[in-house]
Design a protein around this ligand. Sequence first.
Ligand code: SF4
Length: 321
Amino acid sequence: MNLVERIRELKRKRKAVLLAHYYQRAEVQDIADIVGDSLKLAIEAARTDAEVVVFCGVHFMAETAAITCPDRVVLLPDANSGCPMADMCHPRELAELKSRYPDAVVVSYVNSSAAVKAQSDICCTSANAVKVMKSVPTDRPVIFVPDRWLGQYAAERAGRSRLIWADSTRDLAEREGEGAPVVLWDGYCHVHHHILPEFVREAMAKHPEAELCAHPECRDEVVKMARFTGSTGQILAWCSSSEHREFLIATEEGILHPLRKANPDKTFHPVTSLAVCHDMKLVTLEKILWALEDMEPRVTVEAETAAGARKAIDAMLALSA
Ligand code: SF4
């Protein structure tokens, strides 16, 4: 029996569901029951009736599944697959920032720890960040953590022009504008941050017919050059329904696999071959098999933290329903 067959058999035996993010290796996406962006996977994890959830992604995603389905076993095939951006916001530092803006609504990107979510009013993903931002009354300040670029994108699309770039102890810059401020945490995803505008310009010159699609974790300058901006799931939907034949993709390279699979008659180019999240690639077929054999590594969240985080996740899911 080959590796894939052994995984499938053990998956049946354990009554497990295998969820995979679009940034996972192609062979991992191909064996998954459900492949999606963070929003889709959070919704699927919350509604699964499987006894075991194998989360092929990074730690905060498995944590979110452990929070939304506490009676299931959640396995993360490589316990070291973290998210450097999530690690940029520490709950103690967030508490300090909250003390400086006591009437602010705290919006946390799902790419954050359970402890940060527990201090938040509502979560968001890149698919619904604008909708979540629009749900906050304009006379209330917002603290957005941890991604400065997604926060800026969501604020601008929601019509909020007064932005403050901050860390926990100081304001780094302020843009004048109407209404209550949106305070942006000074974090970023290193993969998207390093898709530089000059890489985009070079790629556009090389592929003049291609339309640029960017993830909102990209720098503002890159987002402003894009024909379409959205989450991985939204990029997939947009390219699939477009009559255009050629696209430049400014996000992690794993998305090229489902894009090419769903659109064999279209051409997709990565803006740069450097856009690789090595944390996402830590999950392999062998590690999935070992996880199902050993029922380890498990991800759990302490009850009080989980209860606080659950409120923020549920607030987001209610908005996405
Ligand atoms: S691509 Fe960026 S945001 Fe996503 S898991 Fe990797 S480091 Fe974190």
